[in-house]
Design a protein around this ligand. Structure first.
Ligand code: HXC
Length: 511
């Protein structure tokens, strides 16, 4: 008798808001909360927690609409054999809206995840704060934000947005490490199109205002814009494979058989003309294990490329200037994108590889007025603070302040290599000659020829890696083709790296 009741309850708890609502969800091209968990987790690995929880509200007739689970499925399971805690909001129950009990369930698994040192994945699909429950809904969100912040840097936190995510609700995903959005069926905004129209008179659709493309290309809020829900879940799983369970572990190394690690193709990558662009991804693909590069923030601030990859089976984070976009210059968005990625890798013991080809910071009123000083400092701070093994390869330009910022020896890089094509100087030869030989050029019979002569003189002195190498700022000048081999050894020797940082409460990154 008792077990029959349990069976009935279990059946009821799995039904969500009922078949009609499940059908409606499917019609929108969306899966249900449980279907998503089935795709994410290894089969039969899910253990549910809190399946019988219901809300306690009697406001606005809510007592007549109690659903077991209160609109969120929580628990733990494995992804490719690795433990994760999960919550998956159920839009079929009161629009997945969040109130007291719903929030308590999420907080419970967040606390368990922290205590047990296990990543947490949130699948978000919610109409936001449950309007009928009033302030306890807001309080529930705040409890989650507090836990997100406590968990930051302790365990990886991943958020997938699989439907609406509006109002203050956006701040939980924003406090996590990575956001994945699904194109056309998910959106995030603080205020929706109606409020926007009322306040600013702008006409904008939900998709334009806060869809996956918008947050990938324009705002950088999302790290991944995925084609559909299946793609979103596959990307979540892929990311997990590069990261450890918590801040005290290192990512799992894949087994690797050493072969001929020379990559002759790399000797042909840098164009003869130093101003000709090339795609830094070609270098990344040659340097790292086959098909291992997993790019983050792919279409945001494309002048810098960041992502996870593997080198002889070891998980590494890559930050690379991209000469194919804006000549690889550092600007506000690129600095913030790079800084955030560096800090994630440092928090979770993922060594860093920097590929440097940067003409400097982007000049102009737009950049200055948008705070390139503060934002550029974020990238500088992030590198300075990072204690994971960090290695730089200067492939071509390393000019001005950007030379210092992009993981120079001076700010704690462990090894700095340069290719023979490296140019390491305060600025480009033409600009330098125009300043320091200004009078000589003006007073000469042929200023144009004089400028060229002085430019060549400056280039001969600095458009190479040897000055920096003679000072030890570059550890070794190496052939591009031997770089992979050098990197494998350099990361191996630094795998037990230990550094101490001055005792402090926390630093004050220039936010
Ligand atoms: C209670 C909600 C709800 C909510 C949706 N529902 N949102 N119930 N509280 N916040 C219910 C609906 O009443 C409906 O119930 C069911 O969920 C499905 O909603 P529909 O509107 O039919 O679905 P759809 O057309 O797909 O539209 C989805 C939606 C819309 C765009 C999310 O429901 C909507 O605009 N909801 C309100 C969003 C909102 O303003 N939330 C508060 C944000 S402020 P029935 O029974 O009729 O099917 C916020 C503050 C957080 O979240 C602050 C934290 C600090």
């Amino acid at each position: 008798m008792n077990s029959k009741k349990l069976e009935e309850k279990l059946k009821e708890s799995k039904l969500g808001g009922g078949q009609n609502r499940i059908d409606a969800q499917h019609k929108k091209g969306k899966l249900t909360a449980r279907e998503r968990l089935e795709l994410l987790l290894d089969s039969n690995s899910f253990e549910e927690i809190g399946g019988f929880v219901t809300h306690r509200s009697t406001n606005f007739g809510l007592e007549k609409t109690k659903f077991l689970g209160d609109g969120v499925v929580t628990g733990y399971g494995t992804v490719n054999g690795r433990m994760v805690y999960v919550y998956s909001q159920d839009f079929t129950v009161l629009g997945g809206s969040l109130a007291e009990a719903h929030a308590e369930k999420i907080c419970k698994i967040m606390e368990l995840a922290m205590k047990n040192g296990v990543p947490i994945i949130g699948l978000n699909d919610s109409g936001g704060a449950r309007i009928q429950e009033g302030v306890v809904s807001l309080g529930g969100y705040a409890d989650i934000f507090y836990n997100n912040t406590k968990a930051s840097g302790v365990i990886p936190q991943l958020s997938a947005i699989m439907g609406p995510c509006a109002g203050g609700a956006v701040y939980s995903p924003a406090l996590t490490d990575f956001i994945f959005m699904t194109k056309n069926t998910s959106y995030m905004f603080v205020t929706g199109p109606n409020v926007v129209k009322t306040v600013t008179n702008e006409e904008v659709t939900a998709e334009e205002l806060g869809g996956a493309e918008t947050h990938m290309v324009k705002s950088g809020v999302t790290h991944f814009a995925c084609e559909n829900e299946l793609d979103t879940i596959e990307n979540l799983k892929t990311l997990l494979s590069y990261i450890p369970q918590n801040c005290e572990e290192i990512p799992k190394n894949l087994s690797y058989e050493f072969q001929d690690e020379k990559r002759p193709q790399l000797d042909l990558t840098i164009p003869e003309n130093p101003n000709q662009p090339y795609d830094v991804r070609e270098i990344i693909h040659q340097l790292t294990d086959a098909d291992s590069f997993f790019e983050v923030h792919k279409e945001f601030a494309e002048n810098i490329v960041v992502g996870f990859s593997r080198l002889a089976g070891r998980s590494i984070g890559i930050i690379a200037n991209q000469p194919a976009v804006l000549a690889g210059v550092l600007d506000v968005d690129a600095s913030v994108k790079g800084a955030r990625f560096v800090r994630f890798c440092d928090a979770f013991n993922i060594p860093l590889l920097v590929l440097e080809d940067v003409p400097g910071f982007l000049p102009g009123t737009d950049q200055e007025w948008n705070g390139i000083i503060t934002n550029g400092a974020k990238l500088l701070y992030a590198f300075c603070e990072a204690t994971v093994p960090r290695i730089t390869v200067i492939t071509r330009k390393a000019y001005g302040g950007a030379y210092d910022v992009m993981n120079s020896k001076h700010i704690g890089a462990d090894m700095n290599f340069a290719w023979p094509t490296a140019e390491i100087a305060v600025m480009g030869a033409k600009g330098a000659a125009e300043i320091i030989f200004k009078k000589e050029i003006l007073n000469s019979k042929n200023p144009e020829d004089k400028l060229k002569e002085k430019q060549d003189e400056y280039a001969a002195m600095f458009a190479n890696p040897y000055n920096a190498a003679s000072r030890g700022y570059v550890d070794e000048v190496i052939l591009p083709s031997e770089t992979r081999e050098k990197l494998i050894k350099a990361f191996k020797i630094s795998e037990n790296k230990k550094t101490t940082i001055p005792k402090k409460k926390h630093g004050n990154i220039p936010l």
